[in-house]
Ligand binder design. Structure first.
Ligand SMILES: Cc1cc2nc3c(=O)[nH]c(=O)nc-3n(C[C@H](O)[C@H](O)[C@H](O)COP(=O)(O)O)c2cc1C
Length: 143
């Protein structure tokens, strides 16, 4: 495997294999296995910013990170800038090394709320969502 080191912001990544964010798949056990098998960066399942805001129990289960899986990128989704700012802060406080915002999910349940890939229909809102996350946290924000 190519072990070239690169960085996202100040986060050093030792290699080029990255575990994709996959809802229902990239849970903590899967991420630790991927790490054991050489993933240089692992990404969590997407976490709902609204779920964080309303303290949904299932959402909070998704926030657990172990040191052994670092560096870890935690993905949030939503289209409300204030909720995204809060979500970004909560996942960074939970230990995320990188906050990633989902702007690609095409699933009906997600796009009908204006989240995921629906944000691509509204570039101004997408920019405000990204800006809100960047202002809320010190860790790098990716999309
Ligand atoms: C079951 C499943 C769940 C996924 N969930 C997410 C997700 O939560 N967030 C995201 O950004 N992409 C999600 N994706 C997309 C993947 O991260 C990846 O971009 C996609 O599978 C293309 O990569 P590949 O060509 O290596 O398969 C999901 C894909 C699959 C198959």
């Amino acid at each position: 495997m190519n072990n070239k080191q690169w960085q996202i912001g100040a986060v050093k990544i030792d290699g080029q294999a990255i575990l994709a964010p996959m809802a229902g798949v990239s849970d903590i056990a899967y991420r630790l296995l991927a790490k054991e098998h050489g993933a240089a960066l692992v990404c969590t399942e997407m976490v709902s910013a609204m779920g964080i805001k309303y303290k949904n129990e299932r959402t909070h289960e998704l926030l657990r990170i172990e040191d052994a899986e670092r560096p870890v990128s935690m993905q949030i989704f939503g289209s409300n800038p204030e909720a995204i700012a809060l979500g970004a802060k909560v996942v960074a406080d939970a230990g995320a090394d990188i906050v990633d915002i989902n702007m690609g999910c095409p699933v009906k349940k997600v796009v009908t709320s204006g989240d995921g890939s629906a944000l691509m229909k509204n570039p101004d809102l997408a920019a405000r969502v990204a800006e809100a996350a960047v202002e809320a946290v010190d860790v790098p924000v990716t999309v």
